[in-house]
Write a protein that binds this ligand. Sequence first.
Ligand code: FAD
Length: 155
Amino acid sequence: MKGPDADHDAEVWDVLVIGAGPAGIATARALREAGITSFIVAERRHDVGGLWNYRSTAGEIHVPVDGVTFENCGASPMYKDLTTNLTKELMAYHDFPFPDEVPDFPKLPRTAVLQYYHSFAEAHGLQAHMEFETIVVEVKKDVLEDVWRVATCSQ
Ligand SMILES: Cc1cc2nc3c(=O)[nH]c(=O)nc-3n(C[C@H](O)[C@H](O)[C@H](O)COP(=O)(O)OP(=O)(O)OC[C@H]3O[C@@H](n4cnc5c(N)ncnc54)[C@H](O)[C@@H]3O)c2cc1C
């Protein structure tokens, strides 16, 4: 599943989650709750948080898959001083509230949201499943073997 030659450099997992943004870490938590432990979360950036993990500039990495160029981290579509457009009650996972001391809309800063996702990942033991700085560059169904073959690129 990993590396340019899947037959010789393969890791086998039951589930691959692409991206450690809010959706990816919620998926990872749900997998664990369902008793599924054979999974990884491949994240091209260095940390959880998705676009809340603000970056001002994008980098590029050239990957030998059809000559395609991928962004290695991507400039965030957020801006540095963003405050949310929703309340923290609406943004929170249903069973994991924001801390009381965190300010609410309209003064809930991007940094507090990022910290919240960190806390969520930590509280649910998700870090062990994370493969950071790993870009998923290709996902193909192998019909004969009935598996998905995934090519990743680490930076
Ligand atoms: C300007 C702006 C303001 C917003 N304000 C709010 C707000 O106030 N409240 C709110 O609830 N929502 C807001 N949002 C919506 C925001 O999109 C969601 O909160 C949330 O970040 C979506 O989570 P996600 O996991 O779906 O996607 P993302 O946060 O985009 O995470 C996707 C992750 O996948 C990774 N990834 C992508 N492709 C690959 C690949 N091929 N290989 C490996 N990793 C990959 C990315 O690096 C990223 O970490 C805002 C969005 C924008 C742009």
